[in-house]
Ligand binder design. Structure first.
Ligand SMILES: [Zn+2]
Length: 133
């Protein structure tokens, strides 16, 4: 669990304004996943246990998949909404986000992504699942 700053953005589809969390430019090796409906976030570090296992698996299999996309597809899902790596409008779920000017608008507490389900899979099973991503 970590507190992250929120930056203002607006949606091109429903013109709602909202804040989205960002790690900024200094965030090498970490990422914030968003739920498909823009309601939830999860923080993930590529050097933690399961992500580093997945990272080396991607390298050995020569997968073209980005590690963040692979992690988003394998992270535990607290709701029926899958994780995505981009920003989604929390009002309509659109990914057409416009006109953010980098101004802050508060902060949000973000839980760490967990991989309890994927961590029990064998390397082979993980590769099979990633083929569908
Ligand atoms: Zn919207």
């Amino acid at each position: 669990m970590a507190i992250r700053p929120l930056f203002s953005a607006s949606c091109r589809d429903c013109s709602a304004s909202f804040g989205y969390p960002s790690l900024g430019d200094s965030a090498y090796g970490s990422w914030i996943l968003s739920s498909e409906d823009g309601q939830r976030f999860a923080y993930v570090e590529v050097f933690s246990d399961f992500p580093s296992r997945l990272n080396s698996l991607l390298k050995t299999t020569g997968s073209r998949l980005q590690v963040w996309d692979a992690l988003a597809s394998l992270a535990d899902q607290p709701t029926s909404h899958r994780w995505v790596t981009g920003i989604r409008c929390p009002h309509c779920g659109s990914d057409k986000i416009a006109s953010w000017d980098g101004s802050g608008c508060g902060e949000v507490e973000i839980p760490d992504a967990t991989f309890a389900r994927a961590d029990m899979l064998s390397d082979h099973e993980i590769c099979e699942q990633l083929k569908a991503v």
